[in-house]
Design a protein around this ligand. Structure first.
Ligand code: SF4
Ligand code: SF4
Length: 318
């Protein structure tokens, strides 16, 4: 496993970042104890970098794993979609409390599709809160997670931004405002300006899992990225990713069946037709038609964010 500096943030991370979204309640919802066992195994095998979010509801999973390996130096990155100062303050305090830590290494504006021109207009209060909490010592580094090329470009010019967590994959699935080449240019400039970058969605939220080694190789070949967040839900997936990031061989048997089965599903009897899920989708993958959400399959990143906003638990992504 390689370990790298995350830009000029002062943080040092494993190249493989464990993404906790898929194991949590928005997606596979695996039992807490099983999830913690996988996370502990990841720690034992050299992963020191973990990605979570207020929305993912995986703080308990990480807390339980960290309790089993006290004193281990881990870098935890979280984020929140909070829009104003007060709700971001609550989000940071929730992370500190639920993770059982005195500080969070990285806290980001969870911004996905928010256009660059609107980001700090709509979320200025939330951003100010992150800077204040960094100043007080509760956060070590702050930044933004985004799918938008122009947002990466804008953040590059802002000295107060430590970390950028952009979406990239070799087919451009989910990239907004430009091509794969445009996003590559943007991340190159950001890295040259000293920003710490780690990639998200090299596997397109699971859509590209069938070609996992090739998709990860694409990301690893981009020097701008210090690390890559890869979601994992099983010991088998952990082993495969550890082999890739340790440059060890993989046989076809290990990879067989990867990428089969994950899908978006609406359980119609539970749907109360409120439309919240359509507004929540960051990828324009839900169309309101016939008084219910309809999936535009090619736009869906299987992120599960719509499921998190459904008060009736009518959506499943697993
Ligand atoms: S419909 Fe949208 S929010 Fe729901 S899983 Fe797909 S991309 Fe994510
Ligand atoms: S949020 Fe849930 S209840 Fe509301 S329209 Fe979507 S699926 Fe139906």
């Amino acid at each position: 496993m390689k370990y790298r500096d995350l830009g000029k943030s002062g943080l040092h991370v494993s190249e493989l970042c464990f993404g906790t979204l898929p194991m949590g309640p928005l997606q596979a919802n695996i039992p807490l104890e099983t999830a913690a066992d996988i996370l502990v195994s990841a720690i034992d095998q050299g992963i020191t970098f973990f990605d979570t979010a207020q929305m993912y509801r995986t703080y308990p999973h990480l807390r339980r794993a960290m309790a089993q390996r006290p004193g281990t130096d881990l870098v935890i990155s979280s984020k929140s979609t909070a829009e104003d100062y007060q709700t971001m303050e609550q989000a940071v305090q929730e992370a500190l409390r639920e993770l059982g830590r005195d500080y969070i290494d990285i806290f980001l504006l969870h911004a996905a599709r928010v256009p660059a021109a609107e980001l700090f207009v709509k979320r200025g209060g939330a951003w100010q809160c992150l800077q204040d909490y960094k100043q007080k010592g509760y956060l070590r580094a702050v930044g933004v997670s985004t799918h938008v090329v122009q947002t990466v470009e804008m953040l590059t010019a802002m000295p107060e931004v430590d970390i950028i967590f952009p979406l990239i994959n070799d087919v451009g699935l989910g990239i907004i405002g430009g091509s794969v080449a445009d996003m590559r240019n943007a991340v190159d400039h950001a890295a040259a300006a000293g920003k710490g970058l780690f990639s998200m969605k090299l596997l397109g939220g699971g859509n590209l899992l069938a070609e996992l080694p090739q998709k990860i190789a694409f990301g690893r070949a981009i020097p701008a990225f210090s690390a890559h967040a890869i979601g994992m839900i099983s010991a088998r997936e952990l082993e495969i990713n550890l082999r890739i990031f340790n440059n060890q061989p993989l046989d076809a048997e290990m990879l067989a069946g990867l990428g089969k089965g994950k899908s978006w599903f609406l359980f119609e009897p539970l749907c109360k037709h409120c439309g919240k899920c359509v507004k929540q989708c960051p990828n324009g993958a839900l169309l309101w038609q016939d008084n219910k959400p309809n999936l535009i399959r090619e736009n869906c990143l299987l992120c599960g964010y719509c499921a998190s906003d459904c008060p009736e638990f009518a959506i499943r992504v697993k």
